[in-house]
Design a protein around this ligand. Structure first.
Ligand SMILES: NC(=O)c1ccc[n+]([C@@H]2O[C@H](COP(=O)([O-])OP(=O)(O)OC[C@H]3O[C@@H](n4cnc5c(N)ncnc54)[C@H](OP(=O)(O)O)[C@@H]3O)[C@@H](O)[C@H]2O)c1
Length: 243
């Protein structure tokens, strides 16, 4: 039996730009209701306005910083209050600070682990009981190929994404008999402003797009429920050849 997205309620963290925005857009195009968050209120407002132009009142959101447990708790409960329940959680918000270990500050380490690893835990902890009440749900964690491939300068980012992979696999076993599916998606390079100032990076057409990751989320959701694609690697098909 395939699953319909029409009428489902989804939360997308970091949905104000980049991959999260594309995931929100794709879920809305399928008829879902979407509640999103980011830290910056102006960017949140702009994203909500743009998405509402086609989705109307099926989209809403709030400022929330996933590094804070209380923000995550409020985010999950605000979405339930707004749309009447929760079916899908997309833990997408993430940052990348790439520096060798001896140049990385403890604050940069903490921010990376808090955003990329603790944030998903906080949101899942609040979301799971609500999904159980509804008889099931779907949690998507946006990891990275950096979750299996270490690289120089990636210590904090690699540690956070290796952590997301382990967290996702253990949680999948915690919740599978509650009808809650868990998938983690590991993209390679995606053409966003990730780890750069918004708008500062030239577009590169060989990279994946946010829409590619969003299609994976939609397709996974619709996959027959008896089968769970728990771990997805998605890479550009023709990256520049290594010299
Ligand atoms: N781009 C890539 O090449 C790539 C590859 C593999 C995996 N990924 C993963 O994909 C996810 C999204 O990346 P992206 O490329 O779309 O990045 P992006 O363009 O920089 O967007 C990041 C989003 O997360 C939000 N965000 C950041 N920190 C947050 C926090 N503490 N609380 C709430 N929201 C926060 C940002 O909004 P505010 O700044 O307003 O908070 C923004 O909406 C990340 O988990 C990243 O690790 C990216």
């Amino acid at each position: 039996m395939a699953s319909e997205l029409k009428g489902k309620v989804a939360i997308v963290t970091g949905g104000t730009r980049g991959i999260g925005y594309c995931i929100a857009q794709a879920l809305l195009a399928e008829g879902a209701r979407v509640f999103l968050c980011g830290r910056d209120s102006a960017r949140l407002r702009a994203a909500l306005e743009n998405l509402a132009a086609t989705a109307g009142d099926r989209v809403d959101g709030m400022v929330a910083d996933v590094r804070r447990y209380e923000d995550c708790r409020k985010l999950i409960h605000a979405a339930v209050e707004r749309f009447g329940g929760l079916d899908i959680l997309v833990n997408n918000a993430g940052i990348g600070i790439m520096k060798p270990v001896d140049q990385l500050t403890p604050e940069e380490w903490d921010a990376t682990i808090a955003t990329n690893l603790s944030g998903p835990f906080y949101c899942c902890r609040e979301a799971i009981p609500l999904m159980r009440q509804r008889g099931g749900g779907y949690i998507f964690n946006i990891s990275s190929l950096a979750g299996t491939n270490p690289f120089a300068g990636g210590s904090a980012y690699n540690a956070s994404k290796f952590g997301v992979n382990g967290f996702s696999e253990a949680m999948m076993q915690d919740v599978r008999y509650d009808g809650i599916r868990v998938s983690y998606i590991m993209p390679g390079s995606v053409d966003t402003d990730f780890a750069a100032a918004p708008g500062s990076r030239p577009r590169e057409t060989w990279k994946l797009t946010g829409a590619d990751i969003a299609k994976a989320v939609v397709d996974l959701y619709k996959f027959p429920q008896r089968a769970l694609a728990s771990r997805i690697e998605l890479r550009p098909s023709q990256p520049p050849r290594k010299k």
